[in-house]
Design a protein around this ligand. Structure first.
Ligand SMILES: [Zn+2]
Ligand SMILES: [Zn+2]
Length: 164
């Protein structure tokens, strides 16, 4: 399906083609929580990078997450590019040079009506904030770290990949 999104102030608008638009993947890691997930997690969707159209690109800024293991002196920089609006700070999409054909818009920035997922994946639960009580549904899956199943795999398993 075609997804349309925007930041809160409206300076940036974007659109892309997505075969994997279900917002099922809730990540509780500290990067997602601090940059995009005030409720304790953020949700990325899967899309086709070649189809990404951006209006207001001059307002888009990029954050490379600083990552530091406990006891490690120097932070390492993630190669992933977290794109956000430089005016209102809305998180827009993530692009990673390790998977250059994909783009991962944040569900929170999408204006199109997204389909409701029949089950959810809760990942990076080992990193969740202590005050966050995940709402685990009866069919939901839970992972302390990253699951082996990708966003694409999840859609294929459930027969929900969207070619429209
Ligand atoms: Zn904005
Ligand atoms: Zn995360």
């Amino acid at each position: 399906m075609r997804l349309e999104g925007s930041c809160h102030c409206g300076a940036v608008r974007f659109a892309l083609q997505s075969r994997h638009p279900y917002p099922f993947n809730l990540c509780y890691c500290s990067i997602c929580r601090k940059t995009a997930g005030g409720g304790g997690y953020a949700i990325n969707l899967g899309g086709d990078f070649a189809s990404l159209e951006v209006v207001g690109r001059e307002h888009v800024r990029v954050y490379h997450a600083k990552m530091r293991e406990p006891g490690q002196a120097d932070a390492e920089e993630s190669p992933a590019e977290r794109h956000f609006c430089g005016i209102c700070a809305s998180c827009l999409w993530l692009w990673d040079p390790r998977w250059p054909d994909l783009v991962h818009p944040f569900a929170s920035a999408i204006d199109s009506a997204l389909p409701k997922p029949p089950e959810r994946t809760h990942l990076m639960l080992a990193s969740k904030a202590s005050w966050v009580e995940p709402a685990i549904g009866p069919s939901d899956r839970q992972f302390a770290g990253y699951p082996a199943e990708s966003i694409s795999d999840w859609h294929e398993r459930l027969g929900l990949a969207d070619d429209a």
